[in-house]
Design a protein around this ligand. Structure first.
Ligand SMILES: [Fe+2]
Ligand SMILES: [Fe+2]
Length: 281
């Protein structure tokens, strides 16, 4: 099996776009469905702080990287900064609807606090794990139209734009890690990578799950209805979490690299879709 690497003809293009300014978004902007809306709102609330953490973690290892990786890190940072800006704007719509997101904010603060005092390489490993997570969610979001079916157009366009750029820069944290640990024995590399992925996944899933449940509680949806509704949404239909399970497992296999699976076709397809959605008719 040949060793997968980031394609040499990959370009990481920060697209400086703004979404959803000056519009009034419906409370349940996703298909008029409180569960689907809560699922994406809960995810969005975590992005500004999460992406700030990713940027810091990767930047800590920028010095001394080969020039191509150095340029990719800079493009990655530019993309993440703009994602943060757009999710801040998106989250303002969430709080404008009267949702209190303080508990969700606290979950993110607590998750980030767990990494404080840990070596910088552990923070990079957590970022690499979460970037794999975002890349496989982004892939599924663009590959299967059912996920964003019925969403308000400007909101769907924002999620597609974010997904495109997550696919584009999916190898950056990974390549930074490969460079930073180039002198490590293989087994140690794998063990740290795998262990951090397991703990990060547990924290990520439980945090987003509780966040979704909390937003639903504010809509008066509680108890079994909330829990079964969210589990059904995540695992059955449209089943985002179930659909990414295989790609999640691939992270642990020998020879894994985010670009072993070249899914750039999804980028060009989504870009033409969303150009039609954001350009004035
Ligand atoms: Fe992002
Ligand atoms: Fe990212």
């Amino acid at each position: 099996m040949t060793k997968a690497t980031t394609p040499t003809d990959l370009t990481i293009t920060p697209r400086d776009l703004r979404f959803g300014r000056g519009v009034r978004r419906a409370r349940w902007w996703m298909n008029n469905d409180p569960i689907a809306t809560a699922f994406y709102n809960a995810l969005s609330v975590t992005f500004p702080k999460g992406e700030g953490f990713f940027i810091d973690s990767v930047r800590a290892f920028r010095a001394g990287t080969p020039s191509r990786l150095n340029a990719e890190i800079n493009a990655f940072i530019k993309q993440e900064v703009m994602h943060t800006r757009e999710h801040v704007a998106f989250n303002r719509h969430v709080t404008d609807q009267g949702y209190d997101v303080s508990l969700l904010d606290r979950h993110v603060d607590e998750a980030i606090a767990l990494t404080e005092g840990k070596p910088a390489i552990a923070r990079l490993a957590a970022t690499m794990a979460l970037e794999h997570f975002t890349a496989i969610l982004a892939h599924e979001l663009l590959a299967a139209p059912r996920h964003l079916a019925g969403a308000e157009l400007e909101a769907a366009a924002m999620w597609r734009w974010h997904a495109i750029e997550e696919i584009e820069h999916k190898g950056v944290a990974y390549d930074t890690w490969l460079h930073a640990t180039r002198d490590w024995p293989r087994l140690r590399r794998w063990a740290v990578k795998a262990l951090v992925m397991l703990t990060t996944t547990r924290k990520f899933l439980s945090g987003r799950y509780l966040g979704t449940i909390e937003l639903l509680r504010q809509d008066g949806i509680t108890g079994l209805r909330a829990h079964l509704g969210v589990l059904h949404y995540a695992f059955v239909r449209p089943g985002m979490v179930r659909k990414v399970l295989g790609a999640w497992i691939s992270y642990f296999l020998p020879g894994f690299h985010p670009w072993r699976h070249d899914d750039r076709k999804l980028i060009s397809r989504a870009e033409s879709d969303y150009a039609a959605a954001v350009l004035p008719a």
